[in-house]
Design a protein around this ligand. Structure first.
Ligand SMILES: [Zn+2]
Length: 426
Protein backbone atom coordinates (compact mmCIF):
# COMPACT_ATOMS: atom_id res chain seq x y z
CA UNK A 1 0.00 0.00 0.00
CA UNK A 2 1.58 3.27 -1.17
CA UNK A 3 0.48 6.87 -0.70
CA UNK A 4 2.01 9.89 -2.39
CA UNK A 5 1.70 13.33 -0.81
CA UNK A 6 2.13 15.31 -3.98
CA UNK A 7 3.37 18.81 -4.57
CA UNK A 8 3.44 20.23 -1.04
CA UNK A 9 5.69 22.71 0.70
CA UNK A 10 7.75 20.18 2.66
CA UNK A 11 9.19 21.16 6.03
CA UNK A 12 10.85 17.86 6.87
CA UNK A 13 12.57 18.80 10.17
CA UNK A 14 15.31 16.44 9.01
CA UNK A 15 18.54 18.45 8.66
CA UNK A 16 19.75 16.21 5.85
CA UNK A 17 16.61 16.87 3.80
CA UNK A 18 15.76 20.42 4.84
CA UNK A 19 12.76 22.19 3.32
CA UNK A 20 11.45 21.74 -0.20
CA UNK A 21 9.54 24.56 -1.86
CA UNK A 22 7.72 21.90 -3.83
CA UNK A 23 8.13 18.29 -2.86
CA UNK A 24 6.63 14.83 -2.82
CA UNK A 25 6.55 12.43 0.13
CA UNK A 26 6.08 8.73 -0.59
CA UNK A 27 4.63 6.49 2.10
CA UNK A 28 4.81 2.72 1.91
CA UNK A 29 3.36 0.31 4.47
CA UNK A 30 3.07 3.09 7.02
CA UNK A 31 6.66 4.28 6.66
CA UNK A 32 8.21 7.27 4.93
CA UNK A 33 9.70 5.72 1.79
CA UNK A 34 11.03 8.80 0.04
CA UNK A 35 11.19 12.59 0.06
CA UNK A 36 12.17 14.46 -3.11
CA UNK A 37 11.18 17.27 -5.43
CA UNK A 38 9.45 14.73 -7.65
CA UNK A 39 8.70 11.06 -7.04
CA UNK A 40 7.27 8.82 -9.71
CA UNK A 41 4.86 6.36 -8.09
CA UNK A 42 2.04 5.59 -10.53
CA UNK A 43 0.57 2.85 -8.32
CA UNK A 44 0.28 5.06 -5.23
CA UNK A 45 -2.87 6.68 -3.94
CA UNK A 46 -2.26 10.39 -4.40
CA UNK A 47 -3.10 13.03 -1.81
CA UNK A 48 -2.83 16.42 -3.48
CA UNK A 49 -0.66 18.56 -1.21
CA UNK A 50 -0.75 21.67 -3.42
CA UNK A 51 -0.95 24.77 -1.20
CA UNK A 52 -0.31 22.61 1.83
CA UNK A 53 2.64 22.74 4.22
CA UNK A 54 3.71 19.13 4.82
CA UNK A 55 5.13 18.79 8.31
CA UNK A 56 5.82 16.02 10.83
CA UNK A 57 3.03 15.73 13.40
CA UNK A 58 3.48 17.49 16.72
CA UNK A 59 4.60 15.75 19.91
CA UNK A 60 2.98 16.80 23.19
CA UNK A 61 5.16 15.50 26.03
CA UNK A 62 2.70 15.92 28.94
CA UNK A 63 -1.08 16.25 29.04
CA UNK A 64 -3.58 15.33 31.74
CA UNK A 65 -6.09 14.26 29.16
CA UNK A 66 -8.67 12.90 31.61
CA UNK A 67 -9.63 16.49 32.59
CA UNK A 68 -11.01 17.42 29.16
CA UNK A 69 -14.65 17.66 30.33
CA UNK A 70 -13.67 20.67 32.43
CA UNK A 71 -12.10 22.70 29.65
CA UNK A 72 -11.86 26.37 30.35
CA UNK A 73 -13.41 26.34 33.82
CA UNK A 74 -10.04 27.04 35.42
CA UNK A 75 -9.05 29.93 33.18
CA UNK A 76 -8.68 32.17 36.22
CA UNK A 77 -7.43 29.60 38.71
CA UNK A 78 -4.18 29.81 40.59
CA UNK A 79 -2.19 26.59 40.91
CA UNK A 80 -3.56 26.13 44.44
CA UNK A 81 -7.11 26.59 43.16
CA UNK A 82 -6.47 24.07 40.38
CA UNK A 83 -5.24 21.51 42.92
CA UNK A 84 -8.20 22.14 45.21
CA UNK A 85 -10.85 21.94 42.46
CA UNK A 86 -9.49 19.25 40.14
CA UNK A 87 -7.62 16.99 42.52
CA UNK A 88 -9.36 17.82 45.79
CA UNK A 89 -12.97 17.79 44.62
CA UNK A 90 -13.52 16.58 41.06
CA UNK A 91 -11.00 13.74 40.74
CA UNK A 92 -12.49 11.63 43.59
CA UNK A 93 -15.85 11.78 41.76
CA UNK A 94 -14.48 10.48 38.47
CA UNK A 95 -15.70 7.02 37.50
CA UNK A 96 -13.95 4.93 34.83
CA UNK A 97 -16.56 6.04 32.24
CA UNK A 98 -15.61 9.67 32.90
CA UNK A 99 -11.93 8.86 32.43
CA UNK A 100 -12.75 7.10 29.18
CA UNK A 101 -14.79 9.99 27.76
CA UNK A 102 -12.28 12.61 28.91
CA UNK A 103 -9.37 10.74 27.38
CA UNK A 104 -11.26 9.99 24.18
CA UNK A 105 -12.31 13.62 23.65
CA UNK A 106 -8.90 14.94 24.65
CA UNK A 107 -6.93 12.56 22.46
CA UNK A 108 -9.19 13.25 19.49
CA UNK A 109 -8.84 16.98 20.04
CA UNK A 110 -5.07 16.64 20.04
CA UNK A 111 -5.15 14.57 16.86
CA UNK A 112 -7.46 17.09 15.22
CA UNK A 113 -4.94 19.86 15.87
CA UNK A 114 -2.03 17.85 14.48
CA UNK A 115 -0.64 16.25 17.65
CA UNK A 116 0.19 12.81 16.30
CA UNK A 117 2.18 11.76 19.39
CA UNK A 118 0.92 12.53 22.87
CA UNK A 119 2.05 11.51 26.32
CA UNK A 120 -1.05 11.07 28.45
CA UNK A 121 0.15 11.86 31.99
CA UNK A 122 -2.54 9.99 33.88
CA UNK A 123 -3.07 10.83 37.54
CA UNK A 124 -6.70 9.85 38.02
CA UNK A 125 -5.62 6.35 38.98
CA UNK A 126 -7.83 5.58 41.93
CA UNK A 127 -8.70 2.08 40.75
CA UNK A 128 -7.55 -0.48 38.17
CA UNK A 129 -10.75 0.28 36.25
CA UNK A 130 -9.77 3.93 35.91
CA UNK A 131 -6.40 3.01 34.40
CA UNK A 132 -7.97 0.49 32.05
CA UNK A 133 -10.53 3.08 30.88
CA UNK A 134 -7.76 5.59 30.12
CA UNK A 135 -5.85 3.00 28.07
CA UNK A 136 -9.01 1.91 26.25
CA UNK A 137 -9.72 5.48 25.13
CA UNK A 138 -6.18 5.90 23.83
CA UNK A 139 -6.52 2.63 21.95
CA UNK A 140 -9.84 3.76 20.49
CA UNK A 141 -8.13 6.83 19.00
CA UNK A 142 -5.80 6.30 16.03
CA UNK A 143 -2.99 8.45 17.45
CA UNK A 144 0.42 7.50 18.78
CA UNK A 145 0.01 7.70 22.55
CA UNK A 146 2.16 7.02 25.57
CA UNK A 147 0.11 6.06 28.60
CA UNK A 148 2.19 7.56 31.38
CA UNK A 149 0.77 5.78 34.36
CA UNK A 150 0.88 7.91 37.50
CA UNK A 151 0.04 5.00 39.77
CA UNK A 152 -0.77 5.75 43.38
CA UNK A 153 -1.30 9.47 42.84
CA UNK A 154 -2.49 11.13 46.03
CA UNK A 155 -0.99 8.37 48.20
CA UNK A 156 2.47 7.27 49.25
CA UNK A 157 1.50 3.59 49.06
CA UNK A 158 3.61 1.10 47.09
CA UNK A 159 2.00 0.44 43.71
CA UNK A 160 4.20 -2.25 42.18
CA UNK A 161 1.47 -4.83 41.66
CA UNK A 162 -0.79 -2.44 39.79
CA UNK A 163 2.05 -1.12 37.63
CA UNK A 164 3.00 -4.67 36.68
CA UNK A 165 -0.63 -5.46 35.85
CA UNK A 166 -0.98 -2.46 33.52
CA UNK A 167 2.41 -3.21 31.97
CA UNK A 168 1.40 -6.76 31.19
CA UNK A 169 -1.48 -5.41 29.09
CA UNK A 170 0.67 -2.80 27.36
CA UNK A 171 3.77 -4.71 26.43
CA UNK A 172 3.23 -4.73 22.68
CA UNK A 173 4.69 -2.55 20.00
CA UNK A 174 1.48 -0.87 18.85
CA UNK A 175 0.62 2.81 18.73
CA UNK A 176 -0.15 2.90 22.46
CA UNK A 177 2.87 2.31 24.69
CA UNK A 178 3.55 2.86 28.37
CA UNK A 179 5.70 5.04 30.59
CA UNK A 180 5.71 5.41 34.35
CA UNK A 181 4.63 8.67 36.00
CA UNK A 182 6.62 9.01 39.18
CA UNK A 183 5.23 10.78 42.21
CA UNK A 184 8.79 11.94 42.67
CA UNK A 185 10.87 13.46 45.45
CA UNK A 186 8.31 16.15 46.27
CA UNK A 187 5.46 13.73 47.03
CA UNK A 188 7.24 10.59 48.21
CA UNK A 189 10.39 9.64 50.09
CA UNK A 190 13.61 9.19 48.14
CA UNK A 191 13.48 5.44 48.85
CA UNK A 192 10.15 5.31 47.02
CA UNK A 193 11.58 7.26 44.07
CA UNK A 194 14.45 4.77 43.93
CA UNK A 195 12.09 1.79 44.12
CA UNK A 196 9.84 3.12 41.35
CA UNK A 197 12.83 3.85 39.10
CA UNK A 198 14.13 0.34 39.73
CA UNK A 199 10.77 -1.08 38.73
CA UNK A 200 10.70 1.13 35.62
CA UNK A 201 14.13 -0.19 34.64
CA UNK A 202 13.00 -3.75 35.17
CA UNK A 203 9.88 -3.21 33.04
CA UNK A 204 11.71 -1.23 30.36
CA UNK A 205 9.70 1.95 30.97
CA UNK A 206 10.67 5.56 30.54
CA UNK A 207 9.62 7.85 33.39
CA UNK A 208 8.21 11.35 33.81
CA UNK A 209 8.05 13.39 37.00
CA UNK A 210 6.68 16.80 38.00
CA UNK A 211 9.02 19.16 39.77
CA UNK A 212 7.26 22.23 41.12
CA UNK A 213 9.75 23.53 43.67
CA UNK A 214 13.33 24.66 43.67
CA UNK A 215 15.43 27.25 45.38
CA UNK A 216 16.69 25.91 48.69
CA UNK A 217 15.03 22.51 48.14
CA UNK A 218 17.25 21.51 45.19
CA UNK A 219 15.31 18.40 44.07
CA UNK A 220 17.60 17.67 41.10
CA UNK A 221 20.78 17.88 43.18
CA UNK A 222 19.14 15.50 45.68
CA UNK A 223 18.24 13.02 42.97
CA UNK A 224 21.77 13.14 41.60
CA UNK A 225 23.25 12.58 45.03
CA UNK A 226 21.16 9.43 45.28
CA UNK A 227 22.22 8.31 41.81
CA UNK A 228 18.67 8.72 40.48
CA UNK A 229 19.12 10.85 37.36
CA UNK A 230 18.45 8.78 34.22
CA UNK A 231 18.51 9.62 30.53
CA UNK A 232 15.08 8.00 30.33
CA UNK A 233 13.40 10.53 32.63
CA UNK A 234 11.51 13.66 31.57
CA UNK A 235 11.18 16.40 34.16
CA UNK A 236 7.96 18.44 33.90
CA UNK A 237 8.02 22.24 34.57
CA UNK A 238 10.98 22.35 37.01
CA UNK A 239 11.11 26.16 36.67
CA UNK A 240 12.38 26.62 40.21
CA UNK A 241 15.62 24.71 39.82
CA UNK A 242 18.97 26.42 39.52
CA UNK A 243 21.16 26.67 36.42
CA UNK A 244 23.60 24.22 38.00
CA UNK A 245 20.76 21.71 38.36
CA UNK A 246 19.87 22.21 34.70
CA UNK A 247 23.44 21.31 33.83
CA UNK A 248 23.08 18.16 35.96
CA UNK A 249 20.06 17.22 33.84
CA UNK A 250 22.03 17.90 30.66
CA UNK A 251 24.99 15.84 31.89
CA UNK A 252 22.71 12.92 32.72
CA UNK A 253 20.91 13.13 29.34
CA UNK A 254 17.51 13.87 30.91
CA UNK A 255 14.76 15.72 29.08
CA UNK A 256 12.42 18.47 30.22
CA UNK A 257 8.82 19.27 29.33
CA UNK A 258 7.72 22.87 29.61
CA UNK A 259 4.08 24.06 29.50
CA UNK A 260 4.53 27.78 28.92
CA UNK A 261 0.90 28.88 29.08
CA UNK A 262 0.16 27.06 32.32
CA UNK A 263 3.49 27.93 33.93
CA UNK A 264 2.97 31.64 33.30
CA UNK A 265 -0.72 31.74 34.15
CA UNK A 266 -0.33 29.74 37.36
CA UNK A 267 2.83 31.62 38.29
CA UNK A 268 4.99 28.51 38.52
CA UNK A 269 7.94 30.52 37.23
CA UNK A 270 9.20 31.70 33.89
CA UNK A 271 9.33 28.98 31.18
CA UNK A 272 12.94 27.81 31.07
CA UNK A 273 13.50 27.83 27.30
CA UNK A 274 16.55 30.11 27.35
CA UNK A 275 18.06 28.69 30.53
CA UNK A 276 17.73 25.16 29.17
CA UNK A 277 19.42 26.03 25.89
CA UNK A 278 22.24 27.71 27.80
CA UNK A 279 22.67 24.53 29.87
CA UNK A 280 22.80 22.34 26.75
CA UNK A 281 19.25 20.95 26.95
CA UNK A 282 16.64 21.01 24.18
CA UNK A 283 13.19 21.93 25.55
CA UNK A 284 10.09 19.97 24.69
CA UNK A 285 6.59 21.42 24.81
CA UNK A 286 3.43 20.29 26.52
CA UNK A 287 -0.17 21.28 27.03
CA UNK A 288 -0.47 20.15 30.69
CA UNK A 289 -4.16 20.75 31.37
CA UNK A 290 -7.10 22.08 29.40
CA UNK A 291 -9.24 23.37 32.29
CA UNK A 292 -6.67 26.17 32.52
CA UNK A 293 -5.03 26.34 29.09
CA UNK A 294 -5.56 25.67 25.40
CA UNK A 295 -4.99 22.26 23.84
CA UNK A 296 -2.98 22.94 20.69
CA UNK A 297 0.73 23.18 19.99
CA UNK A 298 0.51 26.27 17.78
CA UNK A 299 -0.44 28.54 20.69
CA UNK A 300 2.04 26.73 22.92
CA UNK A 301 4.87 27.37 20.46
CA UNK A 302 3.81 30.99 20.13
CA UNK A 303 3.79 31.62 23.87
CA UNK A 304 7.14 29.92 24.34
CA UNK A 305 8.60 31.94 21.48
CA UNK A 306 7.27 35.29 22.65
CA UNK A 307 8.24 34.97 26.30
CA UNK A 308 11.79 33.91 25.47
CA UNK A 309 12.23 36.54 22.75
CA UNK A 310 11.16 39.06 25.37
CA UNK A 311 14.26 38.14 27.35
CA UNK A 312 16.75 37.75 24.52
CA UNK A 313 16.65 37.56 20.75
CA UNK A 314 18.56 34.33 20.27
CA UNK A 315 15.65 31.98 19.73
CA UNK A 316 14.50 31.30 16.15
CA UNK A 317 11.06 30.20 15.01
CA UNK A 318 12.56 26.93 13.71
CA UNK A 319 13.74 26.13 17.26
CA UNK A 320 10.11 26.15 18.40
CA UNK A 321 9.14 23.76 15.65
CA UNK A 322 12.00 21.47 16.68
CA UNK A 323 10.86 21.54 20.31
CA UNK A 324 7.35 20.58 19.15
CA UNK A 325 8.49 17.74 16.86
CA UNK A 326 11.96 16.14 16.91
CA UNK A 327 12.91 17.18 20.43
CA UNK A 328 9.57 15.96 21.78
CA UNK A 329 9.99 12.65 19.99
CA UNK A 330 13.42 12.19 21.59
CA UNK A 331 11.96 12.87 25.06
CA UNK A 332 9.37 10.17 24.43
CA UNK A 333 12.02 7.66 23.35
CA UNK A 334 10.53 7.71 19.84
CA UNK A 335 13.18 9.60 17.88
CA UNK A 336 13.76 6.62 15.60
CA UNK A 337 10.08 6.39 14.73
CA UNK A 338 8.62 9.90 14.56
CA UNK A 339 9.31 13.64 14.86
CA UNK A 340 10.60 14.27 11.33
CA UNK A 341 9.80 13.33 7.75
CA UNK A 342 12.73 10.98 7.36
CA UNK A 343 12.81 7.85 5.20
CA UNK A 344 12.42 4.81 7.43
CA UNK A 345 10.43 6.58 10.12
CA UNK A 346 6.72 6.04 10.61
CA UNK A 347 4.62 8.37 8.47
CA UNK A 348 3.27 10.72 11.16
CA UNK A 349 2.60 13.68 8.91
CA UNK A 350 0.29 16.68 8.89
CA UNK A 351 -0.80 18.95 6.05
CA UNK A 352 -1.50 22.59 6.88
CA UNK A 353 -3.55 24.90 4.65
CA UNK A 354 -1.14 27.45 3.24
CA UNK A 355 -4.00 28.98 1.24
CA UNK A 356 -6.09 29.86 4.28
CA UNK A 357 -6.51 33.64 4.66
CA UNK A 358 -4.74 33.48 8.03
CA UNK A 359 -1.70 31.79 6.47
CA UNK A 360 -1.39 33.62 3.16
CA UNK A 361 1.02 33.95 1.44
CA UNK A 362 3.09 31.56 3.61
CA UNK A 363 6.32 32.89 2.10
CA UNK A 364 8.24 31.71 5.16
CA UNK A 365 6.48 28.43 6.04
CA UNK A 366 8.21 27.88 9.38
CA UNK A 367 7.70 31.47 10.47
CA UNK A 368 4.07 31.33 9.38
CA UNK A 369 3.41 28.14 11.35
CA UNK A 370 4.96 29.49 14.54
CA UNK A 371 3.58 33.02 14.43
CA UNK A 372 0.20 32.48 12.76
CA UNK A 373 -0.59 28.77 12.99
CA UNK A 374 -3.80 27.45 14.54
CA UNK A 375 -5.76 24.17 14.52
CA UNK A 376 -8.03 25.46 11.76
CA UNK A 377 -5.12 25.11 9.34
CA UNK A 378 -4.81 21.36 9.96
CA UNK A 379 -6.30 19.84 6.83
CA UNK A 380 -4.95 16.29 6.86
CA UNK A 381 -3.32 14.11 9.51
CA UNK A 382 -1.63 10.75 9.00
CA UNK A 383 -0.42 8.46 11.78
CA UNK A 384 1.82 5.59 10.72
CA UNK A 385 0.59 6.21 7.19
CA UNK A 386 -3.10 5.98 8.04
CA UNK A 387 -5.21 9.01 7.18
CA UNK A 388 -7.01 9.97 10.40
CA UNK A 389 -8.10 13.47 9.34
CA UNK A 390 -8.90 14.54 5.81
CA UNK A 391 -10.24 17.78 4.31
CA UNK A 392 -10.40 19.26 7.79
CA UNK A 393 -12.48 16.47 9.34
CA UNK A 394 -11.51 13.58 11.60
CA UNK A 395 -12.21 10.30 9.84
CA UNK A 396 -14.93 8.07 11.33
CA UNK A 397 -15.52 10.21 14.41
CA UNK A 398 -19.05 11.07 15.54
CA UNK A 399 -18.41 14.44 17.18
CA UNK A 400 -22.09 15.02 17.99
CA UNK A 401 -22.38 11.94 20.18
CA UNK A 402 -18.95 12.56 21.69
CA UNK A 403 -20.13 16.01 22.74
CA UNK A 404 -23.21 14.56 24.42
CA UNK A 405 -21.13 11.98 26.29
CA UNK A 406 -18.70 14.67 27.41
CA UNK A 407 -21.48 16.95 28.67
CA UNK A 408 -23.09 14.04 30.53
CA UNK A 409 -19.77 13.19 32.12
CA UNK A 410 -19.11 16.80 33.11
CA UNK A 411 -22.52 17.09 34.75
CA UNK A 412 -22.23 13.73 36.50
CA UNK A 413 -18.79 14.47 37.96
CA UNK A 414 -19.62 18.05 38.97
CA UNK A 415 -22.85 16.94 40.67
CA UNK A 416 -21.14 14.10 42.52
CA UNK A 417 -18.46 16.55 43.67
CA UNK A 418 -21.12 18.90 44.99
CA UNK A 419 -20.04 21.62 42.60
CA UNK A 420 -22.61 23.70 40.81
CA UNK A 421 -22.52 25.60 37.54
CA UNK A 422 -20.94 28.63 39.15
CA UNK A 423 -18.03 26.53 40.38
CA UNK A 424 -17.28 24.59 37.26
CA UNK A 425 -19.39 25.23 34.22
CA UNK A 426 -20.12 28.95 34.21
ZN1 LIG B 1 1.25 18.16 34.84
Amino acid sequence: MRTLLSGGIVVSMDPALGDLERGDVLIQDGLIAGVAERIDAPDAEVIDATDRIVLPGFVDTHRHTWQTAFRGVGADWTFAEYLAAIHGRLRPSYQPEDVYVGNLAGRLEALNSGVTTMLDWFHCAQSPGHADAAVAALRDTPGRSIFCYGAGWGTTDPVDTEIRRVRSGLSGDGLVTMALGLRGPELTAMDTVAAELKLADELGLRTSVHIESGGTRRPIADLREHGLLRDTTTFVHANGIGDDELRMLADAGCSVSISPDIELKMRMGWPMTGRMLAAGLRPTLSIDDTPSGGGDMFATMRTAYAVQRGLDGGLRSRDLLEFATVDGARACGLAARTGSITPGKDADVILLRADDPTALPASNPVGTIVTAGHPGLVDTVLVAGRVVKRDGLLVDVDLASLRIRLLESRNRVATAAGMGPRDTIA
